[in-house]
Design a protein around this ligand. Structure first.
Ligand code: AMP
Length: 459
């Protein structure tokens, strides 16, 4: 299948050709015709599968044919959990729509609201938004949805994890009843299916199975090491392997700051990226990382979500995540764009339960190594035997409790949002193995980097 067969018009095909894509990814081949047909779509796809183009390209096609947008209206709303992801999607919209006379913009918290209000004044064909800031803008009469034709919920599973359910329901209540709905989620957990019931009508279900993805292998390894030796071991690994571009994952903002200082002191150029950093600082750190001025980005899970960098070769889990599915998202940062990625985890003895949880989700025992000079005093216990993943019964979604303080924009900080465990082990996202493209043969996908921007006109 080629892009020409998908029914996209010449201006869009030109933009795709300039991007250098020769054929649609599996998710695009399935989603684009369905969206062009005006159908609701429910798609199971991870970041890295080409899902953004999967919904953006047909949306641009549909919008290029409709009515002109009026002041303060939005014809398409793309809701996404994090600022980084919002910026990323907006960048894609701008790029794929550059030959069309359509307007788009992106709004998220952590930056001034006034410029966003100004950009919305003329109305936009595509509005990319995080939930909290979108509601703020609505409450200030900066945006209205009378002309809304299409709604996209991107990374829906992550939005529920972050406690955005109430905001999403509020947003849905503001939209016209007749509209096209596209729901994208890394997994179709029972909670997502429950959300979908009140959202999509007779949807086309699209799922990218591991075999169909453009995935290649992410090599994964566990270094067994004592907790107090993790930082020196990381420094050693970076220097000995001459790693030029590494994302290091931490559980907490405090931990990320501390490690960044330690790396700096060891002569390694590092920057932290997490929810307490201003949007300006996050954007700057990311730009410096992409340019190669910084070699190590120390990130919390949510801050790192959506980061799309060409051929990121190396991911380090300095600590294993509390929520095992985050491991899958983390290693999804590497091995993209046709390259083989490496993901190493520095695991100390008291992380054995977290390691077992991760291995259960990926249904694989990770190989272990010990680095000479960093032999652990506290030996990492044997892994638990693998048990098959069980499908869970759908449970009723309860209103997500907002236990933690939100930023003003409704964009909750990474650590607050992720600091909880699901109720009971692996209660969420387990599903069956086919939902997890990283099981056994961890995946990757195509990818290109690019600069961030806060607003654009696709014109
Ligand atoms: P996404 O899953 O939307 O985050 O996309 C992952 C990466 O794949 C992005 O950097 C895209 O530029 C790239 N991409 C999307 N579609 C294609 C395609 N058909 N061929 C090659 N690369 C693609």
């Amino acid at each position: 299948m080629s892009f020409t067969e998908l029914g996209l018009s010449a201006p869009i095909q030109k933009a795709i050709a300039e991007k250098g894509y020769d054929k649609p990814s599996p998710i695009q081949a399935q989603a684009i015709p369905a969206v062009l047909d005006g159908k609701d779509v429910m798609a199971a796809a991870q970041t890295g599968t080409g899902k953004t183009a999967g919904f953006t390209l047909p949306i641009l096609e549909l919008l290029s044919k409709g009515d002109k947008v009026k002041a303060n209206q939005a014809r398409t709303l793309i809701i996404t959990p994090t600022r980084e992801l919002a910026a990323q999607i907006a960048e894609n919209v701008e790029m794929y729509g550059k030959n069309l006379p359509l307007k788009s913009t992106v709004v998220f918290g952590g930056v001034k609201i006034n410029p966003q209000m100004q950009r919305l004044r003329q109305g936009v064909d595509i509005l990319v938004a995080t939930p909290g800031r979108l509601l703020d803008l609505y409450n200030q009469n900066a945006v209205r949805f009378n002309q809304l034709e299409i709604l996209v919920l991107d990374e829906a599973d992550r939005m529920l994890d972050m406690g955005f359910l109430r905001d999403i329901k509020k947003i849905l209540s503001l939209l016209p009843k007749t509209r096209q709905n596209l729901l994208f989620s890394a997994t179709f957990s029972p909670d997502i299916r429950e959300l979908a019931k009140g959202l999509v009508n007779n949807p086309v279900e699209v799922s990218v199975s591991p075999k169909n993805t453009t995935a290649e292998t992410v090599e994964q390894l566990v270094y067994s090491v004592d907790k107090n030796k993790k930082s020196p071991l990381l420094t050693h690994l970076i220097k000995a392997n001459n790693w030029q571009q590494v994302i290091v994952f931490m559980k907490t903002k405090h931990g990320a700051n501390k490690l960044t200082k330690q790396l700096d002191a060891a002569g390694i150029k590092a920057a932290a990226i997490h929810g307490n950093k201003s949007q300006g600082a996050r954007t700057k750190a990311l730009a410096q990382f992409k340019d190669g001025n910084i070699n190590v980005l120390v990130a919390t899970d949510i801050a790192a979500r959506g980061i799309d960098i060409d051929q990121l070769p190396q991911v380090v889990n300095f600590e294993l995540p509390n929520v095992p599915e985050d491991y899958v998202h983390r290693i999804g940062r590497t091995g993209r764009a046709g390259s083989t990625g490496h993901a190493v985890s520095l695991v100390c003895a008291d992380e054995i339960d977290l390691l077992n949880d991760v291995q259960h989700v990926i249904q694989t025992h990770l190989p272990r190594e010990i680095v000479a000079g960093f032999e652990p005093v506290h030996v990492l216990p044997e892994s638990r035997k693998l048990r098959p993943l069980k499908a869970k019964k759908p449970k009723k979604i309860k209103q997500a409790k907002k236990e933690h303080v939100e930023h003003k924009d409704g964009q909750r900080s990474g650590d607050n949002a992720r600091g909880h465990k699901p109720t009971g082990k692996n209660k969420r996202h387990t599903g069956n193995k086919s939902h997890n493209p990283y099981a056994n043969s961890p995946g990757k996908a195509n990818n290109t980097g690019g600069r961030r921007r806060n607003s654009s006109s696709t014109k």
